[in-house]
Design a protein around this ligand. Structure first.
Ligand code: BG6
Ligand code: MG
Length: 216
């Protein structure tokens, strides 16, 4: 058994299902530019920064844009996305997420958010769980995107624990890689085929327990 002292949670796809809102907003943008992309392609956007997501999508559509145009397009997408997340309620917390966060804290473990999103505070406030995190590190605080471990290492540092004492919960391939690159344990949320690099994969936080954490 490892001496686990902290749990670091990704947000989109682990605690809330905002991936669907990202998809809707990106799809609307692509459609306005005259092309479409599939849900399979959308999988590749999970955990990926806003700017990089736009570049991937433009590539799929065979569209070239200047940097200034890219900034405008990313802002347009984000405005639609923010309109959607502003409607979110606590009912959109994914099954088991609240219980597991509370169980971690009751077990004396520290908790952090480690998200690529620059909208994480809006989401946490809308669903009413910001107070369950000892520290919040998101897209506003990091310069290197996942799979770089920066976001998780900053979380560990803020919590005063070493990376080997942390378990990261992630639904994205790039996120699991970021955890492993940072020397942390990774629990994948999703399918074992997709998240094969994780130490354990569960379908959702409703399938996670403190006992399973201790066995990692
Ligand atoms: C990640 C999502 O959590 O945040 C990505 O999985 C998203 O799909 C990224 O692109 C950045 O989010 P935002 O809210 O800053 O545009
Ligand atoms: Mg995610």
């Amino acid at each position: 058994m490892t001496d686990i002292k902290a749990c670091i949670f990704d947000l989109d796809g682990v605690i809330v299902d905002t991936a669907v809102y990202h998809y809707k907003a990106w799809k609307r943008l692509a459609n306005e530019l005259g092309f479409d992309f599939t849900e399979e392609q959308n999988e590749q956007l999970k955990g990926v920064s806003r700017v990089r997501s736009l570049q991937l999508i433009l590539g799929w559509g065979g569209v070239t844009k200047t940097e200034a145009e890219q900034t405008e397009l990313a802002t347009r997408k984000n405005d639609w996305y923010v309109d959607m997340i502003n409607q979110m309620t606590p009912a959109e917390i994914l099954p088991g997420a609240l219980d597991f966060l509370e169980a971690c804290r009751a077990a004396g473990l520290k908790t952090a958010l480690g998200s690529a999103s620059k909208n994480s505070m809006t989401i946490l406030n809308k669903v009413g769980i910001a107070h369950l995190f000892d520290t919040i590190v998101d897209g506003n605080h990091v310069s290197a995107p996942k799979p770089d471990p920066e976001v998780f290492l900053k979380g560990a540092e803020a919590l005063g624990v070493s990376p080997t004492e942390c378990v990261v919960f992630e639904d994205a391939i790039a996120g699991v890689q970021a955890a492993k690159n940072g020397g942390m344990k990774a629990v994948g949320i999703g399918s074992p085929e997709t998240l094969s690099q994780a130490d354990l994969v569960v379908s959702g936080l409703d399938k996670m327990t403190i006992e399973k954490l201790k066995e990692l």
